[in-house]
Design a protein around this ligand. Structure first.
Ligand code: FMN
Length: 280
């Protein structure tokens, strides 16, 4: 399976089959934890695989995922130091692990809101300056979705914003057509299919005069700043960067993300990184 196929296959799995994740698969996941950190801004992500078999049923109920997530026996926990760009790095690194898990046939679901953070933080043994912005259940998807799950705002690509609302050329108003994107069409499509908190899809990409792709956050400040220091929409941006880069690399396209490139300001948008195609 290539990266684009894996990206197309991934969706948020909220109901899991009783089948346990095998030891050799868990070992692979732990290897990915080392392989995929640090992120492009240099923050190291600390991962942990939490086996719920080791947790008492009483404590399990206090985790607060019950109702939203059913049947998951395993969780990936991911912590970062509270520093500039660290949550973006977390999104970037963890999505690479998620896609590897997807390729192994596992289901996952990013959880940033619907769990009791303090409980998982204890299991993670968080240091004073560390944040635990998200956790991810991982396991084999149940054959049938629950009704409550089937109506959630997720799943099909039909629930994503169309190209003209996400990708632009020159300014933040002129849509970039798939033809104009040329070899970057799939990398952009991979961003469009990325998971995001509340399916908010806050990513915007503008192709600039030099042919480079500038990634912006269209922040929903009210939402992104409700959870204290946590910034779920910055995690969304890291996820988008991972998708774009993985597909670009697979297609042997030149370039790299430069998170420190001088920003080209556009009203209502925050530049996060520039994909430098090296064409200038
Ligand atoms: C940072 C982040 C946080 C999320 N938090 C939650 C959550 O708390 N509960 C939940 O059910 N889904 C959560 N999701 C999953 C999104 O709702 C889902 O990715 C989006 O609706 C798109 O659907 P898909 O993943 O099936 O493509 C989160 C996703 C991301 C990226």
């Amino acid at each position: 399976m290539n990266v684009m196929e894996t990206i197309q296959k991934r969706y948020s799995v909220r109901t899991y089959a009783p089948q346990k994740v095998e030891e050799n698969i868990k070992k692979k996941l732990r290897q990915f934890f080392t392989e995929y950190s640090p992120g492009p801004l240099g923050a190291a992500v600390r991962f942990k695989l939490l086996e719920l078999g080791t947790v008492s049923p009483r404590e399990l109920r206090s985790f607060g995922t019950y109702g939203m997530i059913r049947g998951a026996g395993l969780y990936i926990l991911a912590a970062v130091e509270d520093a500039a760009g660290s949550q973006l790095d977390l999104g970037y690194c963890l999505e690479k692990v998620v896609l590897e898990a997807t390729a192994l046939g596992l289901g996952t679901c990013w959880l940033g809101g619907t769990f009791r953070r303090s409980r998982f933080a204890r299991w993670m043994e968080l240091a004073g300056d560390e944040l635990l912005p998200v956790i991810i259940p991982v396991g084999y998807p149940a054959e049938k979705k629950r009704l409550s799950e089937a109506i959630l705002p997720s799943g099909s690509t039909g629930r994503r914003k169309p190209w003209p609302e996400l990708f632009f050329t020159g300014d933040a108003k002129t849509p970039l057509s798939e033809e104009e994107a040329g070899p970057y069409r799939s990398a952009l499509e991979a961003v469009r299919l990325a998971p995001s908190a509340l399916n908010g899809q806050p990513w915007r990409i503008i192709k600039d005069g030099e042919g480079c792709y500038r990634l912006y956050l269209k922040e929903n400040r009210l939402y992104n700043r409700t959870l204290g220091k946590l910034r779920l929409q910055h995690i969304d941006m890291g996820i988008a960067m991972a998708h774009f880069e993985l597909v670009a690399r697979e297609q042997a396209l030149p370039g790299r993300w430069d998170p420190h490139a001088p920003a080209l300001p556009h009203s209502g948008l925050e530049q996060v990184a520039l994909w430098d195609t090296g064409s200038s």
